[in-house]
Design a binder for this molecule. Structure first.
Ligand code: PEP
Ligand code: MG
Length: 557
């Protein structure tokens, strides 16, 4: 057995046969031609054939994977028809008398270089797409066969790095897993794997090579391990895990449509945290009662450019429509310490987690914020929309953000554009400052959402991304539980609800105490919705002495 490790992208496990995917590397020679008219004609017909092919890929992807995933082929069509790119190809043919394939290759290179010179990080990711588009054109010019490969049942695709269009061209029903020698956790291919929910591992190094083609393997997307020619014991353990996961899912699915209430009749709601529209589908499939956080920054992370108002509007409207009247809470840009520099082309700060991030950026770079708010307001007529403001540390900050929202409402009114009048605006409670001023904030905000990930980081002085300190992270910190208690009390005194939306919300060992503290809504990842409903339905909270004991023991009061 050969064990190859990498970074886990999608937590799932599968057994299958490795298909090593070769890219069609083709040599493009540089030639001077006499008949430039002929080269132009060759280019035009290659473009037409590529457009047809992209349209077919779009239609197929739309049917199999939905609009959001299919959009990549629209982007490719747009890149191929980009006026600057086309002009560049034409100039290389007519003025430099280059052959069409070399003109395309050179134009693509120049486009990448020009965008890089603008210092745009967007290019880093889009380079792959530009290459993909020019490869397609060149393939048609050279009359090379399509890159499509026919898969057998349960194929585990191993490749150096997959282009988004390559990841999409495989038949989902036959695809058991994706393993890449390089790649990135947030590349398009990884994002697609996530939305297809197939095990996926990236950064596996050069052991991912031709030699493993055709071999039996197990891909463990939880641990980030590919077992090539697994021994009997590994196969048995994996099979057991696959079976038990299927069984668990079947049993859980019986809770779809059932109420989220304890055995003694106390009702709470379970919402879900999502990154994109594909995850909204997951929210619906897992019977979430609402969306507690819809993170818009993922739209940037995948595209490496801030989305314009129309794209935001499209995403928000779809989320609201898909949730069919259930509450959808849209989080305003919450740029984190990890992605802030590349998102805004900033210099590295010494303590980015304590620096220019989240609402601080929005209140300063207002056009960014206002664009997002306008998209949210316009979408609000399609369902039940709430707006959540992250990283609030002071009531003045909350008021200022709300005044910008009101300002944008006024502008829409003047333009005769409708929006819902009853949009709730919530404050995310994720700093000790917000907890300690939650009595004041509760008089202004329509709801609270406790972000325990940041709250733990700032309260316990523990960097949430530093796994070195995981071992000293207290399992149920008295400080955090006391803070949740303070926030719930202040909220309820002022008649507003509390959502618990950090990772702690899905720590089932604390569900009982959260219920005793009167948390109104739990917001967890889509696959955790039904398991949490099961835990809640099994609880009986009728004995008040029990509640006092649980709370006082854990909170040390
Ligand atoms: C949180 O802080 O708890 C939260 C939900 O958001 P993030 O982890 O993205 O900061
Ligand atoms: Mg946070």
């Amino acid at each position: 057995m050969n064990t190859i490790t990498g970074k886990a992208v999608v937590g799932a496990i599968a057994r299958g046969t490795i298909v090593y995917y070769h890219k069609n590397e083709f040599a493009v020679t540089k030639r001077r031609v006499v008949d430039t008219e002929l080269e132009l004609k060759r280019y035009t017909s290659a473009k037409e054939a590529s457009e047809e092919e992209l349209q077919k890929l779009y239609d197929e992807a739309l049917e199999r994977l939905g609009e959001e995933n299919a959009q990549i082929f629209i982007i490719h069509q747009m890149l191929m028809s980009d006026a600057q790119f086309e002009r560049c190809v034409m100039t290389h043919i007519t003025e430099d008398s280059y052959n069409a394939e070399y003109a395309v290759k050179r134009a693509a290179l120049e486009l990448v270089q020009m965008l890089s010179a603008n210092g745009s990080d967007y290019v880093k990711e889009r380079t792959a797409d530009i290459r993909d588009v020019s490869d397609r054109l060149i393939r048609h010019l050279l009359n090379l066969p399509s890159k499509d490969i026919k898969l057998g049942e349960n194929s585990i695709i191993c490749a150096d790095e997959l282009m988004p269009s390559e990841a999409l061209m495989f038949d989902r029903k036959k695809l058991a897993g994706l393993c890449m020698a390089s790649g990135a956790v947030n590349s398009h291919a990884s994002i697609l794997a996530r939305s297809m929910n197939i095990p996926c591992i990236v950064c596996m190094g050069d052991k991912i090579c031709e030699e493993i083609d055709g071999k039996e393997a197990i891909v463990d997307g939880y641990e980030g391990v590919l077992y090539v020619e697994p021994d009997e014991m590994t196969v048995r353990l994996a099979e057991e895990r696959i079976k038990s996961e299927q069984r668990k899912l079947e049993i859980l699915s019986r809770l779809i449509g059932k109420a989220t209430e304890t055995a003694d009749g106390r009702s709470v709601r379970i919402y879900t945290n999502v990154y994109n529209l594909a995850e909204v589908e997951n929210a619906v499939a897992n019977d979430a009662e609402g969306i507690g956080i819809f993170r818009s920054e993922s739209l940037y992370i995948t595209e490496r450019v801030f989305p314009n108002e129309e794209l935001l509007f499209y995403n928000y409207r779809r989320a609201l429509e898909d949730m069919k009247g259930k509450e959808v809470t849209l989080l305003t840009y919450d740029m984190s310490a990890e992605n802030i520099e590349e998102m805004l082309d900033l210099k590295k700060e010494p303590n980015p987690a304590l620096g220019y991030r989240s609402i601080r950026v929005c209140l300063e770079q207002q056009e960014l914020f206002r664009t997002q708010i306008r998209a949210m307001l316009r979408a609000s007529v399609y369902g039940r929309l709430s707006i959540l403001l992250p990283m609030i540390i002071d009531v003045g900050e909350f008021r200022y953000a709300r005044s910008i929202i009101n300002d944008e409402k006024e502008k829409l009114r003047e333009d005769g554009i409708s929006f819902a009048e009853d949009i709730k605006i919530g404050a995310m409670i994720e700093t000790p400052a917000a907890v300690i001023t939650s009595d004041i904030l509760a008089k202004e905000a329509d709801f609270f959402s406790i972000g325990t990930n940041d709250l733990e980081q700032f309260t316990l002085a523990l960097d949430k991304n530093n796994s070195k300190y995981d071992r000293i992270r207290p399992e149920n910190s008295t400080a955090i539980l006391r803070m949740i208690k303070i926030v719930c009390e202040n909220a309820h005194r002022n008649g507003i609800p509390v959502v618990l939306c950090g990772e702690l919300a899905s720590d089932f060992s604390l569900t009982e105490v959260f219920l005793d503290l009167n948390v109104d809504v739990f917001s967890v990842a889509p696959p955790r919705v039904l398991p949490l409903r099961r835990v809640i339905r099994s609880m009986d909270l009728s004995d008040e002495d029990r509640a006092k004991n649980v709370v006082s023991q854990l909170l040390d009061i």
